[in-house]
Design a protein. Sequence first.
Lengths: 319, 319
Amino acid sequence: MVYPYVELLYRKECKVSYSILVVGSAALDTIETYQTKVEDCIGGSALYFAAAASLFTPVAVVAVVGKDFPIDQIHFLRQRGVDLSGLNIVEGLTFRWGGRYDRDFTHRETLFTALNTFETFNPIIPQHLRKSDLLFLGNILPELQLFVLKQMEKPKFVLLDTIRLWIENERKALLDVIAKVDAIVLNDEEIRLLTDYSNINKAVKSIFKLGPKLVIVKRGENGATLHTNQNDFFALPAYPLEEVEDPTGAGDSFAGGFLGKLAQIEQLNLFAFKQALLAGTVVASYTVQSFGLQRLSTITLQDLQIRTDYLLQSILISR
Amino acid sequence: MVYPYVELLYRKECKVSYSILVVGSAALDTIETYQTKVEDCIGGSALYFAAAASLFTPVAVVAVVGKDFPIDQIHFLRQRGVDLSGLNIVEGLTFRWGGRYDRDFTHRETLFTALNTFETFNPIIPQHLRKSDLLFLGNILPELQLFVLKQMEKPKFVLLDTIRLWIENERKALLDVIAKVDAIVLNDEEIRLLTDYSNINKAVKSIFKLGPKLVIVKRGENGATLHTNQNDFFALPAYPLEEVEDPTGAGDSFAGGFLGKLAQIEQLNLFAFKQALLAGTVVASYTVQSFGLQRLSTITLQDLQIRTDYLLQSILISR
């Protein structure tokens, strides 16, 4: 099977953009929603990110899986030019996560976590990837994120993601990472936990003092906002879906769309960040329409264009 | 004291726009926040609405208060040209409401409700107000909202507000009202309760089948979205405040800014609705910076302009 977007997006254009590296998890997720339960579907921050970013530009993955990982199911990533040389396949089982969402997807509960091979994940960056221009530090232990940063040779832009678990239990290491990155993407709960400010805007200001120049607030069905330490503020609604199947990976694919777009346009200024926020929002809107990477694996350029145009219209106030 | 905006906004321009009538509550609120407690501050849907709408255009109020109501504290409304001939002052005490907000203002708890004179509120519309062009049905018993509608002579546009209490306990009468109005303003919790859809966008679609052509979703710190039965969708973020003092009245003053702007520009089309959403968002951002009507009573045209420009910038994606 040949995926249409591959041709459309960069085989024909054949443009070399900023290179992207993602380091994160690869997982098999068991997900319960109000309506369905799906077992062992492909997930993890690195794979969601790569599936999204690869719509815009080639991307390289560093992650670990066990021998049980159904590698053929991510063949589409290779077809899109994803460099999987850093995806280590080791003895043992792949990291598994199980979670359950409430009816309106506003809360999720972790049902189980089996780290398996992920427990001893040692993210050694292959030599040829250490010069990557853009880096996404997906949700892994902050100490490992620091270790990744140390191996890199002056990336142009580093985007960080984290979760409640590390904010609560690995605060010191996490603050060390935060001090070294350009941008951080968080939801409102994470922002409040990290800063201890209940007001999101005050909280965002306080994060600038920790180091990052850019903070992206993920607001789920309410969209996303972008804040810079130069007082710039930009907001986008979520694409107004009438059905959501599974929100897992929305944040990682949002980050993938964001960095993928930055890489594609090879710019790191406010206008580029705004376009990147739009790309991330659009990609995430497709992610949540299926379990796992399913919908992400079939997105076409036309799909992206339709929702991009729709969202641009939804923030247009002129006649 | 003469308020600067009166001159600026319409004494000098002296333009007669669409007339607005609001029917709702006038109250004395006791509000507890994480930091402060304030007793008997002026509130109620009709007064918050009037304080906001009167920044754009004259407005008439129908409501009831007791003899204990500190009428001098709303003198500024008269100075702004608000028609208070429909504000009935009757024997007895004014409606009192007490509520407490949690630290990040995401939840509020009603501590007490003393209806007092509001219990026998019979909203007879003075003859000269029955021809009003625009009508805001503030949060009162749906049966009374129906009674108001019956007295009106073909208003051009009716905006409805309601609360959880009536959605749960007065559903039949409420559905009757909803069938007769042009637009409804609700928060996400109210939308889910009203429609029994957990997905907001699906819920909004189902509301169009009940009658309204326009649904406005109030999303608190995440802004507001506007949806039409013609599939138009427009989104605005909230103005990014770093301090909120008291969110009481945010929704009513948002509605006031919305209808006030529609009246001022004398248009009832998508472009007008978008501008109105912006005006409502801006006014509400000032409302929450003080308890009661305090900040609303001192807003200047310049204040409105500054935040309007800021929000326009925050949805501008071009260079």
